[in-house]
Write a protein that binds this ligand. Structure first.
Ligand code: OAD
Length: 253
């Protein structure tokens, strides 16, 4: 079923030159990666992600937290980018100024080909020392887990932002900067509850941008956005690209 894209949305997107897209876990849902607040399954069903993704949890039960991220890395390694990721690459290639700001840590945007990208919450495929921050390239999976830092002997951890931790300053500063200068702000597949990312669409709106939300569920942003396109990102985004770029049904960009 081809989603209906209001002509006003197409008009705004065709006339824009500066676009920011903020993505959340919903963009990776169609790649088979559970969203952050979706109930966990199997062995991890008994755990709330919010209780595992904290420095306190890691210091209290380092092996449990390490194993949870190993499990998530395995899910991600088996996943592929979906049409939503590739449609965002099309948008990046089309607009003179396009920035993808993602809350996702799965690296699927990079694998799809996105390059002008800011990872606000880090990347699960990178590993660093909890103590000295030195990045680790490899470790003995059969040895002590979590592995130890070769530089200071501290415990290694995924290079992701945990609850209670600050976001990477460079990425956050750039996200604020580009958000205040855009004509179109897309909020895609995010529950729009976690700060500071959830403020970005509001900042864009205040700066005069046309704000489009893509999500099957209503969020607190839906009433603020200029248009809420209700549906899955993997269905709506490719259709949006087709209509904005005047592509025929089966023509690729
Ligand atoms: P959530 O799990 O909070 O929200 C996922 C959103 O995606 C929900 O609003 C769903 O309705 C929507 N969704 C589900 N399937 C979709 C689809 N096929 N297409 C479009 N949308 C879909 O995940 P996030 O909003 O990304 O931070 O969570 C933000 C942050 O909260 C995460 O980055 C994480 C967590 O704290 C850190 O880990 C630091």
């Amino acid at each position: 079923m081809i989603p209906a894209i209001p002509s006003e949305v197409v008009t705004h997107m065709r006339s824009a030159e500066r676009v920011v897209a903020l993505t959340g876990a919903g963009v990776s849902a169609e790649s088979g990666i559970p969203t952050f607040r979706q109930a966990q399954t199997g062995l991890w069903a008994q755990y709330d992600p919010i209780e595992l993704a904290t420095p306190q949890a890691f210091l209290r039960t380092p092996r449990l937290v390490w194993d949870w991220y190993t499990y998530r890395r395995q899910i991600i390694a088996a996943a592929e980018p979906n049409p939503a990721h590739y449609a965002l690459v099309d948008l990046e290639q089309h607009y003179p100024t396009f920035t993808l700001v993602t809350q996702n840590i799965d690296g699927l945007h990079w694998r799809a080909g996105s390059r002008d990208m800011l990872e606000l919450h880090g990347n699960i495929e990178r590993t660093r020392c909890f103590e000295c921050g030195t990045y680790a390239q490899g470790w003995d999976e059969e040895g002590e887990l979590p592995p130890r830092c070769g530089h200071c002997g501290g415990l290694l951890r995924p290079d992701v932002v945990w609850f209670g931790e600050g976001l990477p300053e460079r990425e956050l500063h750039l996200a604020y900067t580009v958000t205040q200068q855009v004509q179109i702000f897309l909020s895609i597949g995010t529950s729009a509850v976690v700060q500071p990312a959830a403020s970005l669409p509001l900042i864009a709106k205040r700066a005069g941008a046309y704000v489009i939300e893509i999500n099957p569920e209503e969020t607190s942003l839906s009433v603020v956005a200029d248009c809420w396109l209700q549906g899955q990102a993997g269905v709506i985004l490719p259709e949006l690209v087709r209509q904005v770029f005047n592509l025929s049904e089966n023509q690729e960009e």
